[in-house]
Structures are given as C-alpha cells and as structure tokens.
Design a protein around this ligand. Structure first.
Ligand SMILES: [Zn+2]
Length: 209
C-alpha cells in the first residue's frame, strides 16, 4: 500500500505561469508542489509519488482534466481533487466530479489554500489501489493480427500487433498514450475464451441467438 507524501500537492496545468504561481502560494503555505503539464504527465508523476491533494485544470492537451479526474477516481479514489479552470461546467457527472472547484477568474488564493489544507487534513495517509491489475493481463482478441489491451495506468484501450508465434509466452506492450509497460499473455485457446466479462459486442451476439 503506497504511502502518501504528506504536504505534497500535485499541480496539473498546461499553463507554466499558473503552475509557477500556484507553486509559490503553496510553498508559502507550507506545501510542496509537484508539477504536471497535463493529465498524462500527471499519471506519470503519480507512479513516483502520491500527493495529499491534486489541483487540476480541466482544459489541457493529450488528456483533459475531466478524463484525468475520472482515472484518479477509479485508481486513487481517496486522493482529493480540486478543479481549477477557466471554465467550470454547471454540473459534473459523479464519476468525474472533483471534491471542489474554482473558476480561475474568481480565484482567491487564501480560499484555495484553506481548501487544500482542509482536504490534506482529512485525506488518508495510505492509498488503496483497487485498480492495480495483477500481471499478466489477458487481452481480448482484437481485429486480425492485433490484441486489444487496456492500460492499467491511463485506462485507455490500445491495440498491439500479435503474430501466432507470440501466443505462448508473456509479453510486454508499451501504452501508446502514457508509455506504461503493460505485461500480457495470450492463451493458445484465446478464440474460445469464456471470459467472465465478455465484451459488449459478444454479449449482444450471444443474446441475439
Ligand atoms: Zn497508458
């Protein structure tokens, strides 16, 4: 169970000026800021250290704050997230809902820092990782010559080429989005897999007969 770096705040924003400004304010308030340029970069940073609190912009390249918060909610559900963005939607769906949110144009730093302190105080000191997938994972058969994998880090699906000769030993794919190393194993009986959770299209086919 990884330890949380007490007093560390992960600042996720593609604007370097905003990251710098937040860092200075956080440092003055006794926190240590870890920087990330977007959601993908933030997931890479989370491999090294788990912060007490995450502050995330919503509009970012490569992986938006919405998708990032969704990944954090599934992989690190106890880490509090504050959304800080130029635009805040009037409603968040539950799976991507931050703990609280601030609009950049209305931002009062004392209020933000008070919120960070409060959330850091109630956040657990250990983080359960319910989404850690034990290795190797078993991929779904994809289109011919490919297998479909889901990255355990960014939770995005991607396809990797596979030849019949590969179908015996454990292999490692590299996620095309976040470069996580994803071990997988194709069983020789893969085409007749009776997986406990068949893909939706398989369920449909089965139901249609
Ligand atoms: Zn990935």
């Amino acid at each position: 169970m990884p330890e949380v770096c007490a007093g560390c705040v992960l600042v996720v924003d593609d604007d370097p000026l905003m990251r710098g400004l937040l860092s200075r304010h956080l440092k003055k308030a006794g926190f240590q800021a870890i920087h990330a340029e977007d959601g993908i970069d933030a997931l890479v940073k989370l491999r090294d250290a788990l912060p007490s609190v995450i502050i995330a912009d919503l509009k970012m390249p490569r992986m938006s704050g919405f998708e990032f918060i969704g990944v954090v909610r599934r992989r690190f559900p106890t880490i509090p997230v504050i959304a800080l963005s130029g635009w805040i939607p009037s409603e968040f769906s539950e799976d991507i809902k931050p703990d609280c949110w601030f609009e950049k144009s209305m931002l009062e730093f004392p209020e933000l820092l008070q919120t960070v302190s409060y959330l850091a105080g109630i956040a657990p000191k250990h983080v359960d990782l319910p989404q850690v997938i034990s290795i190797p994972i078993r991929p779904r058969p994809g289109r011919a010559g490919y297998v479909a994998l889901t990255c355990p880090d960014c939770l995005r699906p991607f396809a990797v080429p596979s030849t019949p000769e590969d179908r015996t030993a454990e292999q490692t794919a590299v996620c095309v989005y976040c470069q996580a190393r994803v071990p997988f194993l194709i069983e020789s009986s893969a085409p007749q897999l009776s997986t406990p959770n068949p893909a939706p299209e398989e369920r449909l086919k089965a139901g249609g007969r």
